[in-house]
Ligand binder design. Sequence first.
Ligand code: AMP
Length: 287
Amino acid sequence: MLLHNIEDVRKEITEWRKSGLTVGLVPTMGALHNGHLSLIKKAKETCDKVVVSDFVNPIQFGPSEDFDKYPRTLEADMDLCNKEGVDIVFAPSADEMYGEGQRLSNDTLTYVCPPFFYVNTLCGKSRTGHFDGVCTVVLKLFNIVQPDYAFFGQKDAQQVIIIKKMVNDLNVPIKIIQCPIVREESGLALSSRNKYLTEQGKKDALVLSKILNNIKSCYKKGITDVSALKETAYNFLTEKHDLEYIEIVDKYTLEDKIKADDNSIALIACRVENVRLIDNIYLGENS
Ligand code: AMP
């Protein structure tokens, strides 16, 4: 069922609650692919009812980012969700989410701002205000749907860490389930932004997963010095790659490491054909 209004969503969920059903929420910006589907499948396994939100959230995009051209494919998304047995697809307008004609700024709207330490690193360094926008919309979705569980991908590792922190710090009574990264056979992590890439760009983008896999295999061979591990990335980069960062940090706290260990995560952000791509890998796990 496709719903655009908060009130309609609440009405439906109230009925489910009366019957004692559990509810899972999968927040997305649409343009659904198999990565999103893995979250939906996990939600279906875990909960009686599943809500997918499909909303390109304006307040998490910077002024020079791709909000206007971000792919919007609601019809195809609906087909996928219907096939998976999703109960509600919630696709609100920005007016519905933030109030009609509301100026979208933290001068006029209440924002949820995660702690400086968590946002002043990795993606947050180049995307000022991004995680404020993410936390604000996610908490609003949590309040609208009031799910028992919410499902997020490890693909956006910094995002899921920040959401868990928000849920913990603000006593939000929702269990966050983190799901593994889904990749193409080539190794490329699925992303709605892959749609912007040419076939050649997709090949060039394989460098992200190659760099991460190589760091992990060096770590498994006994190299733990973070500088030495990061240095290995440069063997893969060409003029087609505009590296934003390559970091190895604690997978729970995002704290920098000098020596990598089994709790480390390696993360990369790199532009290919001017498309900003991110990926990451846990060093301690076998997958
Ligand atoms: P987005 O629509 O990009 O905001 O993503 C919605 C959710 O899907 C987020 O929790 C993402 O981390 C997750 N997601 C996106 N790509 C993947 C992927 N390749 N594998 C697993 N989860 C993903």
